[in-house]
Write a protein that binds this ligand. Structure first.
Ligand SMILES: *Cc1c(COP(=O)(O)O)cnc(C)c1O
Length: 402
């Protein structure tokens, strides 16, 4: 499905760290953070142990606590919503735009506005069941740049600013992306990146929070390091913190990857273009480009099937032909834990649910060969032609197994 691109420079820099024996909190970490901040155009960058850890810390910095509300999308990787749950906050899902599959900015505006009052208008956005009662305030909006296409940020940020609500970009899938000519990662109060090996750049495990706010940056540094204050005596703790540090070997990989980022992104773009050129299969569409997207960063290559194509059947047929694929994303609100905890039900977010049943991620990485792409697309065409549903049963439950 994916493959990290690790070159000689990564090996050399990791070796340098190992030989220096400054394995944690060393100069390589600072080098990585400085390079990253300048790359995305943020004043501060705080590296952490994963994208998930970064989301957690950013929400703490946004003041999210027990019973507070956090608006986010149900069509994402589960971590973007889990971060709110770590703080015992209540996730307020807002449905997606059915075309771009990013959170619907108009509905976010409405939700931000409605949630200022505790009456029925505000309550209709809340989950049926709520852990701490959901009596807290709306503290943050977490838009996700799904598959590397920036969410429509301007209306979201405008609504949040009006009510003093923080905006934390989940930019884990979108490094290098641009929205209306502005770089992803510098569009809200803070942004979070992830460096798992399937992302556009990797550190092994790893993540980072970027912000322009010096207060947030200091707090984030303290929180990732057991709650210690910057410059304070070793073993003096001002707040409840975590061990969310990134080690210097990982930072070294990050420094090397960042230097090659433009090349890595360009290669992914070429692989994506090669897929799109070949995708003349009826009932199969590539992800559309939103007019506000000035640059899409390619994280995964996802196709969307027309209703007459049985996605799960296609996935099985591809697997039989030796092609891995993933049903990406399953809806977060329909995961067993979320249903049990918050009472979500099928039908709650119809656009997200329709998308999650019709999208499929194909094998994708910077070094995928043209031969491999041809092979995948040929097998996909065969799989799709064998998995068309009879015309009358598109929406029906009685779909014969492919
Ligand atoms: C990858 C990813 C994350 C973070 O993942 P980690 O594995 O914790 O680094 C968060 N949100 C989204 C949308 C992601 O794709």
């Amino acid at each position: 499905m994916s493959d990290a691109d690790i070159g000689d420079e990564e090996v050399a820099l990791v070796t340098e760290v190992l030989r220096s024996r400054a394995l944690s909190c060393g100069p390589m970490l600072e080098r990585f953070e400085a390079a990253f901040a300048s790359r995305i155009g943020a004043r501060f960058a705080v590296a952490v142990s994963s994208g998930t850890a970064g989301l957690h810390l950013a929400l703490i910095a946004a003041g999210v606590g027990e019973g507070d509300l956090v608006i986010t999308t149900p069509y994402s990787f589960v971590a973007s919503a889990n971060a709110a749950l770590y703080q015992r906050a209540v996730p307020v899902f807002v449905d997606i735009d059915p075309v771009t599959l990013n959170i619907d900015p108009g509905q976010v505006q409405q939700a931000v506005h409605d949630l200022q009052s505790p009456d029925a208008r505000g309550r209709r956005w809340l989950p049926r069941r709520r852990n701490a009662g959901g009596a807290g305030r709306l503290k943050a909006v977490v838009p996700v740049h799904v598959f590397g296409q920036p969410a429509d940020m301007d209306p979201i940020v405008a609504a949040a600013r009006q009510y003093d609500v923080a905006v934390v970009e989940d930019a884990c899938e979108a490094i290098g992306g641009e929205y209306r000519g502005r770089r992803v990662g510098a569009l809200g109060d803070a942004s979070v990146f992830g460096f798992f090996p399937n992302k556009q750049m990797t550190t092994g495990e790893g993540g980072l929070v970027a912000t322009d706010d010096a207060g947030w940056a200091n707090l984030l540094r303290s929180l990732r390091n057991q709650g210690r204050d910057d410059g304070s005596a070793w073993l003096s703790y001002s707040r409840l913190g975590f061990n969310y540090r990134l080690d210097d070997m990982s930072a070294a990989i990050g420094v090397a990857q960042l230097r090659r980022l433009d090349e890595l992104l360009a290669r992914r773009e070429r692989v994506a273009a090669a897929y799109t050129e070949r995708l003349a299969i009826p009932g199969v569409a590539p992800m559309p480009l939103h007019p506000a997207t000035t640059r899409r960063s390619w994280f995964v290559y996802v196709v969307r099937f027309a209703p007459e194509v049985d996605r799960d059947g296609v996935m099985r047929a591809l697997a039989d032909a030796g092609v891995p694929s993933r049903p990406y994303f399953p809806c977060i609100h329909l995961q067993p834990f979320y249903r049990e905890q918050f009472g979500f039900q099928p039908g709650d977010f119809p656009h997200a649910e329709a998308a999650s049943q019709a999208t499929l991620a194909l094998p994708f990485h910077a070094n995928l060969s043209i031969e491999a792409i041809d092979f995948v697309v040929e097998r996909l065409a065969e799989a799709v032609s064998g998995c068309r549903r009879p015309a009358a049963s598109h929406a029906g439950a009685e779909v014969p197994p492919c």
